[in-house]
Write a protein that binds this ligand. Structure first.
Ligand code: CUA
Length: 158
């Protein structure tokens, strides 16, 4: 079988590119340890209300951890619990969230907090609120007829 010179060059280029990308992913995952965030923490989605820490949503001061506060959210169609929370300026906060029913989004507008909340899984993100003001939390995964009304608010106060 005769393969044209340009075909050969293109095949070599394609296969080389594939091998380079697979190596990058392999090194990133197994050598540098990069994993999708919080893919391991699970929860029974039917028992969210009685499972700690989701039995008491809201802000809690914690001691002896790398962060100062834990901010717990429970999402369900079509609201976030708590609907509003005050966070002290400069606080290092671990946001811990899950959903009781369907997939919801958890995006804090104007920050890089953007998580998907999946039934049965716990999503976590550690951040520092170093700018005072109101932050809107929106659901950015379409979850039903009330999707556009699903929001919450973080007030960062001095
Ligand atoms: Cu919840 Cu969209």
């Amino acid at each position: 079988m005769h393969i044209h010179k340009f075909e050969k060059i293109w095949l070599i280029f394609g296969i080389t590119t594939l091998l380079v990308f697979l190596s990058v992913i392999g090194v990133s995952a197994f050598y540098l340890g990069n994993q999708p965030p919080s893919c391991l923490a699970t929860i029974n989605p039917e028992k969210v209300d009685t499972t700690a820490p989701f039995d008491k949503p809201g802000l809690k001061k914690v001691e002896g951890k790398e962060w100062d506060y834990e901010l717990v959210y429970v999402a369900s169609a079509f609201s976030f619990n708590p609907a509003k929370v005050e966070v002290p300026l400069g606080a290092k906060v671990k946001v811990i969230a899950t959903t009781k029913d369907v997939i919801h989004g958890f995006e804090v507008a104007g920050t890089n907090i953007n998580m998907m909340l999946e039934p049965g899984f716990i999503s976590e993100y550690v951040t520092t609120f170093d700018k005072a003001g109101d932050y809107l939390i929106v659901c950015n995964e379409y979850c039903g007829v009330g999707h556009h009304m699903m929001s919450s608010k973080i007030e960062v106060v001095e």
